[in-house]
Structure formats: C-alpha cells, structure tokens
Ligand binder design. Sequence first.
Ligand code: HEC
Ligand code: HEC
Ligand code: HEC
Ligand code: HEC
Ligand code: HEC
Ligand code: HEC
Ligand code: HEC
Ligand code: HEC
Length: 472
Amino acid sequence: MKTRVLIVRTALALTVVLVAGCTDTEQIFLAFPLFDDPPSGAAGFLGYSDQENKLPVCGNCHVGKNAEWQETAHASAWETLQASGSAQPFCEGCHTVGQNGNASESSGGHEATGDPRYYDVQCESCHGPGLAHVTNPDASQPLASIMVGVDLTSGCGECHQGSHHGFVDEWAQSRHGDGANRPQYREREGCRNCHGARGALEAWGVDAEYLEKDGTEEIGIVCAVCHDPHDATNAGQLRFPVDSREVDVNLCMKCHQRRPVPDMDRQSSGPHSPQGPLLLGENVGWQPPNFEYADLLIRSTHGSEANPRLCATCHVNAYEVTDALTGDFVLSVKGHSFKPIPCIDAQGIPDPAADCELSERTFSSCTTSGCHGSEDAARSAYIVATSRIAALVDELNALLALVPSTEFDNEDNLLTVAEGAKFNAKLGAISSSAIHNPFLTEALLTASIRQVQTDYGLAPVSRVSLDNLLPK
Ligand code: HEC
Ligand code: HEC
Ligand code: HEC
Ligand code: HEC
Ligand code: HEC
Ligand code: HEC
Ligand code: HEC
Ligand code: HEC
C-alpha cells in the first residue's frame, strides 16, 4: 500500500519552502512523496521510498540535505558491509536504520523488520523515526541531537565505538571530550566560542536546528562540532579542512589561536592556545626590536608544505595494533584522543590517560607520515629540542627575576622589553612549543635574552649559548 503525505501547506506539488540559512539556502519541497507504508514493527521508521536511487522518504522534501548526504559514506554503509566478505547478522545494527544513533529505544527499522528499505545509515539513524513529521511536517520536527554519551549509548558514538571503530571511546578520554576538560567555560561568554559546542557552531555560522540548540547544558567539543553530519565536501566529513594554511579556515586553528601575541589590555597574561599561529610561524610571540629571522626559516618543517595535514598528522594518527606473534588484529586506533605521542602498553595499545617516560610512548605519528626515518630518530629530535628550549627559558626567567618590578606594570598601555620577554618565556614554557616550532621558539628566546641583557645591563646567568643551534 502507498501512503500519500497529507499536505498541510498548499495543494501545489513542489511548493518550495525557502528556509533562510547562513551560507546556503535549504530548499524543502512539499511534494507528494509516495512511499510504501512501513511494515509492522517498524516503530515509525520510514527508511527509503526509493532504495535503488538512495532516496529516503525524507529526501523527497529535503532535497538539499539529501543531495549532500548521498555523497557521504553513510549512504553506502550496507554495500560496504556486504562487500567486506564477513557480514554477519550482528554487524547490521550499525549499518542500517534502527535504534542506534537516535532517541528511539525500541527495536524498530531494520532490526525488527529486516526490510531493505532500512539499509544504510539514513536520515532517521540520527533524526529518529520520521512518520509523525512526514505526515504533518509542521506539527513535529525530528531534530537530531549533537550530544555524545560517554556511556557510548547515544549519538554518533552508539555506532562509532568498539575495537574496530573506537572513535567515541578515545574522544571521551580527550580534553575535547569529557575526560579532563573544563565544563565551566563551555557556556561562559567570551569562552564558549572555543570551549563549547553550541558557541563554536554559532561562531562558525552553523545555524542548523538541533535538539540542544536553545538549551543551556554545557556541551564539550563533540563529534558534530568538527564533523558535518551531512556534508562530505571536506575529507572525513569535516566542517573545515585540516590542510588549510589559514588560521581562520583550518579546523584546528580556528580555536587553537586565542592569544598568540601579547594583549595590551592584559599584559600579564601569557599565550593562550597559540598552537596554530606558532606552527605556521605567523603573528606569534613578542618580537624584540630589530628581531631578524629569515622568513623562510620562520616556518618549522612541521608547519611547512612538507606536512600537508598539519596538526592532524601528529594529533589524529590512526593505525592498527596487531599481535606481534600472530599478526592478528588487536585494535584499530583512531587518533581521537588527539594525543600525538601517547603512552602504550606492552601490546602497543595506547593509554591516553597515562603519564610515562618518553621511552614508553609511541612516536608512530612521526613515522607513519613519512617525515622521520624511525621512532627513535623522532624521539631524539624531541629530546634535543625540548631540552634546548627549556635551558633558554630558564636563562630568560633568571634574567627577568633581576629586572626591577616597575618594569612590569599591567595598567600602563606600554609593553616593556621585560613584559614582552616574559611573554616569550611563557611561550617557551609551554612544552609543546619546542615541537610546534622549535626554530622560531629558539630564535624568539635567544633574541629576548639578548634584548633583556642589553636594556637592563645584565650579565648572563648561565653559559647557555645564544646562537640558534637547533639543527634545521
Ligand atoms: C512532506 C515533506 C517533508 C518530508 C517527507 C520530511 N520533511 Fe522535514 N520538514 C518539512 C518542512 C516543510 C519543514 C519545516 C517545518 C517548519 O518550518 O515548521 C521540515 C522541518 C524539518 C526539520 C527541522 C529543521 C528545519 O529546517 O526547520 C528537520 C530536522 C527535518 N524536517 C527532518 C526531516 C527528516 C529526518 C525527515 C524524514 C524522516 C523529514 N524531515 C521528512 C518537510 C518534510
Ligand atoms: C547507525 C550507525 C551510525 C551512526 C548513528 C553514525 N554513523 Fe558514521 N558511520 C557509520 C558507518 C557504518 C560508517 C561506514 C560507512 C561505510 O564506510 O560505508 C560510517 C562512516 C562515517 C564517516 C566516514 C568514514 C569514512 O571512512 O569515510 C564519518 C566521518 C562519520 N561516519 C561520522 C559520523 C558522525 C559525526 C555521526 C554523528 C553525527 C555519525 N557518524 C553517526 C555508522 C554510523
Ligand atoms: C557498533 C557498530 C558497528 C558494528 C556492530 C559493525 N560496524 Fe562496521 N562500521 C561501523 C562504523 C562506525 C564504521 C565507520 C568508521 C570506521 O571506518 O571505523 C564502520 C565501517 C565498516 C567498514 C568500512 C571501513 C573498514 O573498517 O574497513 C567495513 C568493511 C565494516 N564496517 C564491516 C563490518 C562488519 C563485517 C561487521 C560485523 C562483523 C561490522 N562492520 C559491524 C560500525 C559498526
Ligand atoms: C579562540 C578560542 C578560545 C577562546 C575564545 C578561549 N579559549 Fe581557552 N583554550 C582554547 C584552546 C584551543 C585551549 C587548549 C589548548 C591549550 O591548552 O593551549 C584552551 C585552553 C584553556 C585553558 C587551559 C590552559 C592550560 O594551559 O591548560 C584554560 C584555563 C582556558 N582555556 C580558559 C579560557 C577562558 C576562561 C576563556 C574565556 C575568558 C577562554 N579560555 C577563551 C581556546 C580558546
Ligand atoms: C549522521 C547523523 C545525521 C544524518 C545521517 C542526517 N542528519 Fe540531518 N542533522 C544531523 C545533525 C547533528 C544536525 C544538526 C547540526 C547540523 O546540521 O550541522 C542535523 C540537521 C538537519 C536539518 C536542519 C537543517 C537546518 O538548516 O536547520 C535537517 C533539515 C536535516 N538534518 C535533515 C536531514 C535529512 C533529510 C537527512 C537524510 C537525507 C539527514 N538529515 C541525515 C544529523 C544527521
Ligand atoms: C576536534 C575535532 C574532531 C572531533 C571532536 C572529532 N573528530 Fe573525527 N576526525 C577529525 C579529524 C581531523 C579526522 C581526520 C580526517 C582526515 O584525516 O582527513 C577525523 C576522522 C574521523 C573519521 C574517519 C574519517 C575518514 O575519512 O576516515 C570518523 C569516522 C570520525 N572522525 C568520527 C568521529 C566521531 C564519531 C567523533 C565523536 C566521538 C569524532 N570523530 C570527533 C576531527 C574530529
Ligand atoms: C571548537 C574549538 C576547537 C577545535 C575545532 C579544536 N580544538 Fe583542540 N581544544 C579546544 C579546547 C577548548 C581545548 C581545551 C579543553 C579543556 O581543557 O577544557 C582543546 C584541547 C586540545 C588538546 C589537548 C591539549 C592537552 O593539553 O592535552 C589537543 C591536543 C587539541 N585540542 C588538538 C586539536 C586538534 C589537532 C584539532 C583539529 C583536529 C583541534 N584540537 C580542534 C578547542 C578546539
Ligand atoms: C609534528 C607533530 C605536531 C604537529 C604538526 C602539531 N603538534 Fe601539537 N603537539 C605535538 C607534541 C609531540 C606535543 C606534546 C605532547 C605531549 O607532551 O604529550 C603536542 C602538544 C600539543 C598541545 C598540548 C599543549 C601543551 O600544553 O603543551 C596542544 C593543545 C596541541 N599540541 C595542539 C596542536 C595544534 C592545534 C596543532 C596544529 C596547529 C598542532 N598541535 C600541531 C606534536 C605536534
């Protein structure tokens, strides 16, 4: 039997409802989609009206969203499963429409009916059963949720979990997730643009409707902040590319660039998430008068064209752990703890929460990318750079301790040499600066030390060399 959708607006087929969007206009057609009544037990899930052409019932009206979604991997999840050669019934729940990924708690859709109309990860996988909405679009809206339960039972994480797809398991332990991050800033004005999901989406002009949009609960940097649920334009369905060299375009740098240079209104504040500008060597640190540093050298190799994935090369490093003896699959690591050099156990399984010696960390992100010849070579480079920077920071701090305190005045509108140098000392003290841009960090520190010595007539405290020594 076919169901005709009750048209509430007008009797016109193909009435176009234009809903204003920020960057694009979403067209919603109020057509007369024909679809077979859902089989009994479907629990309100509609699935495809035309399975062959990948046209979910929703897509008859939401043509724009449908065209985007058809390009995503979700739209071919069933074929992928079948093509794997190891499809089994228990695989199907995450490769079809049903209770996974939405608020529905009863088995419905594919699990209850086995009907091919529920193949693939369709709209209703995230938006929930659509029968009520489709019959009367004005009366109920199946808004998707952006929440990701750390109990792994809701949102994207309901499918993206486990030893093969442990995205949520890793994310939950990251500071983007719920691990150790700071919920108090997620909704605070001035902080929420980067520390919270709602604020970030707002700042980026994503004005799409979702369940929590007008709520007040504090939400961390969830999957749907970085990933566009529908749009596969960027690799990995990311909202913004990770290979852009512009700090306001690059996904990671959009947030990781709060205070890369001294702020005249807050002269005592050190850098705040300077990683983006530092990696690229642009607009970062306090530059002493006559600071000379060849443009070509300002970019460390890590921020150069030799590393096209930039932050993601080191911080989103996916690889397989296999059994050393048998070669059998153990775990697929997804890089979603965002840790570049996590501690690993004897089997090679990372533990993002652990703290350990450098020798017990994997440096595989440095080699899988083809940049360093071996993990040991990368580890040595790390040790050389961090100890060199640490020695310079110590020297600079020792000198600054000898500068009269009147040189540090937060209220005046003047940045003294001592204040600028102190900013650089704090930049160098962020241990990762020695990795993100060793050469520029070293140059800023040596130049600051020289300037402080000259301006305040101070003799060197230690014998640390003020040449730029780090091997380029
Ligand atoms: C008969 C056409 C039609 C079908 C089929 C349809 N929708 Fe809608 N949908 C609409 C209209 C019209 C609106 C706008 C309602 C309003 O503004 O009050 C809407 C609104 C929405 C919204 C709210 C966001 C917004 O832009 O206002 C979501 C989410 C949504 N639909 C998802 C779905 C999903 C998921 C399905 C499939 C289960 C679906 N729709 C099927 C016509 C349809
Ligand atoms: C019903 C289960 C399910 C839900 C819910 C779900 N996914 Fe997926 N997702 C899959 C499956 C299965 C694939 C693999 C499809 C394929 O390769 O054919 C996939 C693929 C992807 C991919 C592409 C991976 C690739 O290899 O190209 C991204 C990105 C993704 N999902 C993100 C998300 C995000 C973000 C959410 C939540 C907003 C989400 N998914 C919700 C099951 C799901
Ligand atoms: C808990 C949900 C879930 C179950 C159960 C599940 N999958 Fe998936 N599958 C996913 C998700 C999510 C992705 C996409 C993310 C990724 O590539 O890791 C995916 C991707 C895939 C892919 C393409 C990427 C790859 O890893 O090669 C294949 C093939 C696949 N699944 C086969 C299977 C098979 C075979 C089974 C059963 C033995 C199965 N899946 C069970 C969620 C699931
Ligand atoms: C432009 C984006 C942005 C804004 C706005 C922002 N932050 Fe952050 N903040 C970040 C990023 C990214 C990190 C994580 C990177 C890091 O720790 O360097 C971070 C880290 C922090 C940390 C931890 C620092 C550490 O060393 O562990 C604190 C505390 C913090 N922010 C407080 C705030 C407060 C309070 C506000 C609002 C007054 C705020 N942030 C506004 C991006 C921002
Ligand atoms: C992987 C999960 C997922 C899938 C699959 C999915 N959506 Fe969404 N949808 C979301 C989330 C999350 C949002 C809110 C955030 C956003 O749009 O970026 C959303 C937002 C929407 C909106 C609101 C747009 C606006 O401008 O207000 C509509 C309409 C919509 N989806 C329709 C669809 C349709 C139709 C399909 C299938 C063709 C679909 N979605 C597939 C998760 C999903
Ligand atoms: C801070 C941003 C960020 C967050 C949060 C995030 N991801 Fe990702 N994700 C990435 C990046 C970057 C990649 C790598 C894309 C690439 O290499 O092109 C990626 C890759 C993926 C892929 C594989 C895509 C592919 O083409 O192979 C899937 C699937 C995925 N993420 C799912 C998730 C899920 C599920 C969550 C939430 C539990 C999540 N991500 C949270 C940034 C993020
Ligand atoms: C929406 C803003 C936002 C985006 C996009 C974002 N981050 Fe973050 N990131 C943060 C904030 C905020 C924190 C600190 C959270 C806290 O500690 O409260 C953080 C923390 C981190 C940390 C943990 C730092 C530590 O001390 O352990 C790393 C690493 C990181 N981000 C890397 C990345 C990478 C790589 C990307 C891109 C794939 C990215 N981030 C994208 C906002 C963002
Ligand atoms: C060459 C590899 C590499 C690249 C590229 C890279 N990082 Fe890192 N990052 C590291 C390493 C190594 C650490 C130190 C981790 C540790 O000590 O556990 C680190 C640390 C961090 C931290 C923790 C800050 C702290 O408190 O020390 C954040 C946040 C971060 N990176 C963000 C980013 C962002 C954002 C980008 C891109 C702009 C980026 N990283 C590019 C390797 C890299």
